[in-house]
Ligand binder design. Structure first.
Ligand SMILES: Nc1ncnc2c1ncn2[C@@H]1O[C@H](COP(=O)(O)OP(=O)(O)O)[C@@H](O)[C@H]1O
Ligand SMILES: [Mg+2]
Length: 285
């Protein structure tokens, strides 16, 4: 069975997508793992970091994104097929990384989500388990599944939680960015009880760290001290520094011959490499 990890934070801009993509690439290239990225965020950032935007458009028109898994619930016809929707060997490294696959998201999920909130009656049935029902068999083909979640705990994110063994919380170590962490833990714990699932916190990944910033150093100390009390298990020892290169390379119109070329030979390449090893060490126990 695969290890399934959801990347969750109620805040946007903390690095969920960037970490999802980087961890997936490093796991596939350096560890030879078969990895599936599921993009649950209607902003489709992970999708367009991993495949060409025109390719995404073609697939969106044909309904081969995660959206149709949801809309199929309200239609006589079935459009979604994991085999057709999953794109194989994605990434802007090496013309695509063997063993790294993507289930793309759709911008149209926003409208679907809005309809769900404004017309709950139209949406009979439980939309929380769609991904589990549709993807159960397909997931078995992978070693690791990484889920990039939208910045909320609505029904789309809950679909990710329901099929996950672990959740990982990326944070920027400042006061505002770490404010909502107890809420994430509490709400996932509540959902765990309701749904009878076993998802476990994997830890906090500190991202965009600036060693010169005293607020970052202080907040890092606070986060480490609070791990047990708040219940997020740990702060990963591998920390990702703020680095302009990372922001520039998440663009599928660029192409890189290797991970080193994409992520730089020093930082952030070494940081992601360390973090990937650390994550794998905890999930393989
Ligand atoms: N380590 C980093 N250093 C500098 N910029 C980063 C880093 N990680 C992410 N970013 C940038 O910060 C922004 C938000 O990151 P993103 O991964 O999209 O966050 P989220 O998915 O949580 O909204 C993006 O522009 C991204 O390129
Ligand atoms: Mg994102």
């Amino acid at each position: 069975m695969p290890v399934v990890i959801s990347l969750i934070n109620l805040k946007g801009g903390v690095g969920k997508t960037t970490l999802t993509v980087a961890l997936a690439e490093f796991m596939a290239v350096l560890h030879g793992l078969k990895v599936l990225v599921i993009d649950l965020d209607p902003q489709t950032n992970a999708t367009v970091a991993l495949i060409d935007e025109n390719e995404w458009r073609r697939r969106n028109v044909r309904g081969q994104t995660v959206l149709s898994a949801f809309t199929d619930r309200f239609s006589k016809y079935r459009i979604f097929s994991p085999d057709e929707a999953i794109i194989k060997n994605v990434s802007n490294v090496g013309g695509g990384i063997e063993g790294l696959d993507l289930l793309p998201s759709s911008i149209d999920l926003i409208e679907f989500q809005d309809d769900f909130v404004s017309e709950p009656d139209r949406f009979r049935g439980d939309l929380q388990a769609v991904l589990r029902d549709e993807m159960q068999d397909t997931l078995k083909e992978y070693d690791v599944v990484l889920i990039d979640c939208p910045p909320d705990l609505g029904f789309i994110t809950r679909n990710g939680i329901l099929i996950s063994n672990y959740y990982l919380i990326p944070v920027i170590p400042d006061v505002l960015s770490t404010y909502g962490i107890p809420q994430i833990i509490n709400r996932i714990n509540r959902l765990k009880k309701q749904a009878g699932i076993r998802i476990k916190p994997l830890g906090l990944v500190v991202n965009k760290f600036r060693v010169q910033a005293s607020v970052h150093r202080n907040q890092l100390r606070v986060l480490k001290a609070n791990a047990a009390r708040v219940g997020y298990q740990r702060v990963f020892a591998s920390i990702i520094s703020e680095n302009g290169q990372v922001a520039a390379v998440m663009d599928s119109s660029l192409s890189f011959p290797s991970l080193q070329k994409k992520y730089g030979y020093n930082r952030p390449y070494e940081e992601y490499k360390q973090l990937t090893q650390e994550v794998l060490a905890y999930v393989r126990r």
